[in-house]
Write a protein that binds this ligand. Structure first.
Ligand SMILES: [Zn+2]
Length: 157
């Protein structure tokens, strides 16, 4: 795309890594959104922030972060390589705090795998332990509608 260049203005289209828009849908640069969480230099302020950062970890293939933010009581031993799943976007539908250390977050994530589109609709439970939020488990309110099995988020058998 071409734009008229105003005389004397500074270029603002510099491409730094952190100018990539974060996949979690925040519209903020990745470097100022989920990257500090993924890199362990910040922790999620609440369950929604953890949810968003886990979604963007799926997008970016950060299995280390997914496992680290999975509650030890439900954490799978490992995660399958979900490279075939292409995550498209995330919508947070609802955030219900249940006291200071527990919350549920309902979301819909759209994906494509092997050329077919799908939707993961999940109500996830999160708990806070020693100041850190963890994903505990999730329910699928509309399983069976249209191939609504979780492609990777459920962790596999
Ligand atoms: Zn983000």
């Amino acid at each position: 795309m071409k734009r008229k260049r105003a005389v004397g203005t500074t270029r603002v289209d510099g491409r730094r890594d952190d100018s990539v828009v974060c996949p979690c849908g925040s519209q903020r640069p990745y470097g100022g959104c989920c990257a500090p969480l993924h890199d362990g230099v910040a922790t999620a302020a609440d369950a929604v922030a953890l949810m968003r950062s886990r979604y963007s970890a799926y997008v970016r293939g950060r299995k280390d972060y997914l496992l680290a933010t999975w509650h030890p009581s439900t954490r799978p031993p490992g995660l399958d390589d979900a490279a075939a799943t292409r995550w498209l976007d995330l919508q947070i539908r609802n955030h219900s705090p249940a006291g200071p250390d527990a919350a549920t977050v309902e979301f819909v994530a759209r994906y494509r795998v092997a050329g077919r589109g799908g939707r993961l609709h999940e109500i996830s439970r999160f708990v806070r332990k020693e100041g850190r939020w963890y994903y505990l488990d999730g329910e699928f309110p509309h399983v069976g509608a249209d191939g609504n099995a979780a492609p990777a988020a459920a962790g596999g058998p």
